[in-house]
Ligand binder design. Structure first.
Ligand code: SF4
Ligand code: SF4
Length: 335
């Protein structure tokens, strides 16, 4: 039986088929000379020569800012009104296998003690189409965290480059329905997939040892933290580009009489993140905030949710203005 394929020349038809049914099509595209995930309307907009988009596609499930309620204050009353979740049918095309693997943890967090429909409704309406990597750079380290360009975790449909086509593998029921719904665009045939490029596993990193050392609370005062992370300027860029970082803050904005309640991305790297109203800050120094970020990724989060705190995409390494490389800290804690 012939396998499913998608001809690259038919990408425009796929976009038309998705948008014709009222959906939005999100893909890596060039904006301000950077490759970023954005809504696209034509195949010409889609970047073909990229390793990883600069931003994570998480912002299409968990926007940087959104209104979650509106309020009006009366003399003795507060009128609080919920708002409809904006959750259009969405196709995320061209995600990499590492970043799709972040979705398990995202789902776990947003359905933990409360079902956050602002996330789950979008997740329900999103199909993630990943493309296996045929290129990598020095910042990629998915294989070190037990993933690879062949991983299908979090993907609904997994594609591989195959010359002028892609091989197509529907992974989930949602992915199967997506391929069926756009059957006129997907063809059949037998094409040979291009080789995947596996980033080399970082030899000095042992995740089990990292986790073991972080469980031992004496590491809190380890001099290694200020030594390795003193140069961090607390800009938060690493957390914003990270596909697994999902901290947010709820703030009320408006006048003394009416306004809106917003859910905004936040960052554990900001000095105000843990600042108490009393003025006390349990993470007063930047190295303590960095320690928290690292512990969240390799201790609290995987222990509590069994999802990955880090998928090895390397975005934080590429974006950091002071070249603070998380893999160097992983190496230190593997000793
Ligand atoms: S911590 Fe860095 S390498 Fe790990 S998932 Fe986040 S951005 Fe990617
Ligand atoms: S991007 Fe670099 S400097 Fe900015 S908060 Fe993250 S580690 Fe610190």
């Amino acid at each position: 039986m012939a396998d499913k394929i998608l001809k690259k020349a038919d990408l425009g038809k796929l976009i038309e088929s998705v948008t014709g049914k009222g959906g939005r099509f999100v893909a890596p595209t060039t904006d301000s000379r950077q490759i970023v995930f954005k809504k696209v309307k034509s195949a010409e907009e889609i970047a073909t020569d990229y390793i990883l988009a600069r931003n994570s596609f998480k912002e299409f499930l968990f926007p940087q800012t959104e209104v979650v309620a509106e309020f009006t204050l009366g003399k003795d009353t507060v009128d609080m009104r919920g708002v409809e979740v904006h959750a259009p049918q969405t196709v995320i095309f061209g995600a990499r296998p590492c970043e799709a693997a972040s979705l398990k943890g995202m789902h776990a967090l947003f359905t933990w003690d409360f079902i956050d429909e602002f996330y789950t409704k979008r997740e329900d309406n999103t199909v993630v189409v990943t493309v296996g990597c045929t290129k990598a750079d020095d910042a990629c380290f998915c294989t070190t965290v037990n993933l690879s360009p062949a991983s299908t975790e979090g993907a609904d449909v997994y594609l591989r480059e195959a010359g002028e086509s892609y091989t197509v593998e529907a992974i989930t029921d949602k992915g199967k329905k997506f391929v069926e719904a756009h059957a006129a665009v997907f063809g059949s045939g037998s094409v040979k997939a291009d080789p995947l490029v596996m980033p080399e596993k970082i030899a000095n990193i042992d995740l089990a040892k990292v986790s073991e050392r972080l469980k031992d609370k004496t590491h809190y005062d380890d001099k290694v933290w200020p030594k390795l992370t003193r140069k961090c300027i607390g800009c938060g860029a690493c957390t914003f580009v990270c596909p697994t970082c999902r901290c947010f803050d709820i703030v009320d904005e408006g006048t003394a009489f009416e306004g809106e309640r917003r859910k905004n991305w936040d960052s554990c790297q900001y000095d105000t993140f843990t600042l108490h109203a009393s003025g006390h800050n349990p993470r007063e120094h930047q190295h303590q905030r960095w320690r928290n970020r690292f512990m969240c990724k390799f201790n609290f989060f995987p222990e509590k949710f069994s999802g990955k705190g880090c998928v090895g995409c390397g975005r934080c390494v590429r974006v950091c203005p002071v070249r603070l490389d998380i893999t160097e800290v992983m190496e230190e804690f593997s000793k």
